[in-house]
Ligand binder design. Structure first.
Ligand code: ZN
Length: 273
């Protein structure tokens, strides 16, 4: 049953714009699972194929075919989540800031912004989303592709704005600083070496005050984790995340955080789901 204050998920259209295969899962996998299960129309845009990501096991991929393997991993992950509309923009992964991959001519961070924004605006006009999700302007941990996608998606929402006022709500996915700190502490408490240095802990992630919206996705955390597990080339069972007990992972993954970025004064639809 829906009341005026509870949106009918089955009537929603949602566009999620991320840089790499697996970004969607860490950032918003629980929300995407909830939306898909509720019958929302969800379209996922993935700017790159994660070409220069790590390969957890050389049996899974080579540097040459990693892009194909990661496209398939994303398709597998979205099959678990219940999303079939995936649009690959086919730019090359720009790599971490300061690496040679930043200068590759097809690197996403070097793409002509007007072309990408026009493409995304076209997808917005086609899918007519109520909600657009993308990276926050800091890129979470500063990845050039995350920052680029945040800027492009933000510009595309403005570009596609309907003169009648039917503008989608733009949400940035957030990794709040206090949550980074909790991950760090849970690892430190168990003598697990965290993947980020203690000195960096106060600079990683979204400033807590920027978070407008907290979404409980605990009922969807199993789907979220199963979907994430499809990104096999990116997972290390022996890594710091893999060593945390399942109840701690569920607790930390069972809440997602967003910033309602535009339009000003909009009613927070995600908070009401
Ligand atoms: Zn990414």
């Amino acid at each position: 049953m829906s009341s005026p204050s509870t949106p009918d998920i089955s009537r929603l259209s949602v566009l999620a714009c991320f840089a790499h295969p697996d970004d969607e899962g860490f950032a918003s996998g629980g929300l995407l699972a909830k939306l898909a299960a509720g019958g929302a129309r969800v379209t996922l845009v993935c700017a790159t194929n994660g070409d220069v990501g790590e390969i957890s096991d050389p049996a899974l991929a080579t540097p040459e075919n990693l892009w194909q393997v990661r496209q398939q991993e994303l398709q597998n992950a979205m099959a678990v989540t219940g999303i079939s509309d995936i649009r690959f923009l086919d730019y090359r992964d720009s790599g971490m800031d300061g690496t040679d991959d930043n200068r590759h001519p097809n690197a996403y961070c070097n793409a002509a912004a007007a072309a990408v924004v026009n493409h995304l605006a076209g997808i917005i006009r086609e899918t007519n989303p109520h909600v657009v999700l993308t990276h926050d302007p800091t890129g979470g941990y500063g990845h050039p592709d995350h920052i680029t996608m945040s800027a492009h998606a933000t510009a595309a929402v403005a570009r596609a704005a309907d003169p009648d006022g039917a503008t989608p709500l733009l949400y940035y996915v957030c990794f709040p600083r206090n949550v980074f700190r909790r991950w760090w502490q849970e690892m430190a408490d168990r003598d697990i070496t965290p993947p980020f240095a203690a000195e960096a802990i106060d600079e990683l992630g979204t400033p807590d005050d920027d978070v407008t919206t907290t979404v409980d996705v605990l009922p969807w955390v199993d789907v979220k984790l199963e979907s994430l597990a499809c990104h096999r080339t990116q997972l290390h069972d022996s890594g710091p995340f893999g060593q945390l007990p399942p109840d701690v992972v569920n607790m930390l993954m069972g809440t997602e955080f967003y910033q309602l970025a535009a339009p000003p004064g909009a009613v927070d639809l995600l908070a009401a789901l």
